[in-house]
Every structure is written in structure tokens, then in C-alpha cells.
Design a protein around this ligand. Sequence first.
Ligand SMILES: Cc1ncc(COP(=O)(O)O)c(C=O)c1O
Length: 390
Amino acid sequence: MVMHTGRHFLQIPGPTNVPDRVLRAIDQPTIDHRGPEFAALGRAVIAGMKRVFRTAEAVVVFPASGTGAWEAALVNTLSPGDRVLAFETGQFATLWRAMAGKLGLEVDFVPGDWRHGVSPEELERRLSADKGHAVKAVMAVHNETSTGVASRIAELRQAMNRAQHPALLLVDTISSLASIDYRHDEWGVDVTVGGSQKGLMLPPGLSFNAISAKALAASKQAKLPRSYWDWQPMLAAATTGFFPFTPATNLLYGLKEAIAMLEEEGLENVFARHDRLAEATRRAVRAWGLEILCADPQEYSSSLTAIIVPEGHDADLLRKIALDRFDLSLGTGLGKVAGKVFRIGHLGWFNELMLMGTLAAIEMGLAIAGMPHRRGGVDAAMEFLAGNRR
Ligand SMILES: Cc1ncc(COP(=O)(O)O)c(C=O)c1O
């Protein structure tokens, strides 16, 4: 085992690097969560998260990983035996679908090739055919973290409108929120699911639901059993800034700081930075002669890139070399693409030189692993970045 010095490069697509400012904010004494100081914090983070989700509607914060907020989205809006429509865009869509099945929902799962996002045309076709409105909700993962494919949520909403279908639109933004443009209200999303450990630059442990008035109304009728995930006590308490149970106080300190950082940079600039670093990454991949898993350029993810290694080679060998030799963590291939792809996370607290270090380690790793490739990926990325200033 080589002794590593300097900073570890955490370039998996989440958890992401936590800024020093956020770490320092978390490193404060825990306060009374029933006291006035906490109420101000609670109100501030809910208001801030509304700005991040781009919603004027309700937001709840769970002390939970993203999976908890997935469950909350389902159990608050649906009843046993309800039909829902989901799309096999990758591993996370598959896991969310499995959860829906376990909760007693009937899932129509549209097969996919893990290289494309949710098809607005297919969604419209399916909903138009559902004359009796049996489908109660559409589940879509905005940014498939397993594939680096971003579905076009605004277009999905338009497809639902064209089909004049009343199903709720439930969207997972766990790896897109605060990295890729997202608008809960404008795009007519009913429940948005978010997590702390990616674009929000926090450690894992918080997750979110943004909730439309229509979803809130549905929750009054929904019959799936729920207790911890129940929105009602959360919303009742949220008006005061308090939680119905013990909140993750120190993570909320971090969240307040992270929102301040995002707003100092400006969300539009945050998105543009992610777009630019993602483009530089793709130029490097093409220069290496490797293939990007995402097959449709209009669905490229700005928060991560999944790269297919040449046939007969093991993506995890490259990841092992990157970690052992260069102290760089890259994302592994998940589910159906295990061993076939590696993923570069370029989201969160990240900049040009961190990207260049990451790409340099990969280019060296490709050579050490003996994987067929061309040199020059690092050069291609540098050329793009030098000519594309902020
Ligand atoms: C798109 C997406 N959805 C859901 C999850 C599950 O979230 P968690 O692992 O925080 O429970 C993840 C985790 O990486 C994710 O990327």
C-alpha cells in the first residue's frame, strides 16, 4: 500500500467533496432543537431549499439518505395497488421501481438500454393509451447516476399535458439538484426527491421532498401506510422551523452554509460551471478514443460521465490503479454495466484543476492498465478549458 500525501481525489458521482467552509459550519456545538436558535435555522434552510428547488411550495427535510426521500414520495401520494409508470433508465430507476413494488404498487416498467433517458414520446403514448387514468404517478430519475444520462423533465411534463393525463409526476434529482438546471414549479413536478451528498456539497444524511399543491392534496387521500415519512407532522412543524422528531442539527448548519455558497456563486453560474467541466471531460474521453455511455448528446449529464472501457477489459482494474497509484476514487459500474464502465463525478465543490488532476490520473491509469486508448485526452480538455473562461 503506497503512502499517499496531499488531498484524496473523491471523483465518484457522490458523495462529493465537502467544502472546508461547510465542514467548519458543521463543526459547531449541537443546540437544543426545541429552542429559538434552532427555529431560525430550520426556517432558513427550508426557505433556502425552496430557492434551490425553484419552488414556492412545500419542502420537507428528512434526516435520511436519498432512499428515504424516495419512500416518502411514494407513501405520501399513493395507495396500495395503485398503478405507476417508471422507466428503466439505469440502476437508480431500477431500485426505485423495486421499492414501489415492495410497497404494494403495480409498476409498469418501460424497458431501457441504460444509454437513454425517459422518452417523452413513449410517455405520451403510454398515458394517451391509459384512457381510464389507471396510472396514478409517473416516476422519473432526472439524472441517472449509474449512466450519466439526464432525462428532459420539462419535456416529460409537456408530454403528460398533451396526453391530458392527471398522473402525478415524481422526479428524483438526487444527483442533479444544485448541479443541473432544475425547476420544480415551472416544470410542473409534483414531488421532487433530493439528497444532500451530491450537488449540495454536504455529507450524506439529509434528503428532501419538494411537494406541489396537487401532491399535497393527493396525500390527504393516499392510503399507503406511513409513519416516519408522513409529510403532515413535518409540514405542521416546518411553519415554526421545528421538526416533529430530532433533526440532524449539525448537517443543517452545513446545509445553511452550502446554500449560502451556491447563492454567492449564483445557481446559474453553478450550472454553467458543471456544463463546462462536463464538456471538457467528454472531449478528453473522445480524444482517448473511448465511448461515452450516454448515447444522445441532448441527454448528456453535467454532473457525471460514464465511460465504456474497450471490450474484454475490466473497468474496475482502471479504478483500482487510479486509487492505488494516484489516490483518486472513480465511480464503479453499477448493475447491468458493472465492470464495463467507470464513472467520473464532476459535480459539487469542483474546479478546472481538480478536473485536470482527475483526467491526468485516468490517462496514466489507462496506460498502466494496458487498455487500448490514444493519448491526448488531457490536452483536449486543457484546450477547451483555456478557451472557455467563465
Ligand atoms: C439518482 C439517485 N437516486 C437515488 C439514490 C439513492 O440515494 P441514497 O444512496 O442516498 O439512499 C442515489 C444514490 O446515489 C442516486 O444517485
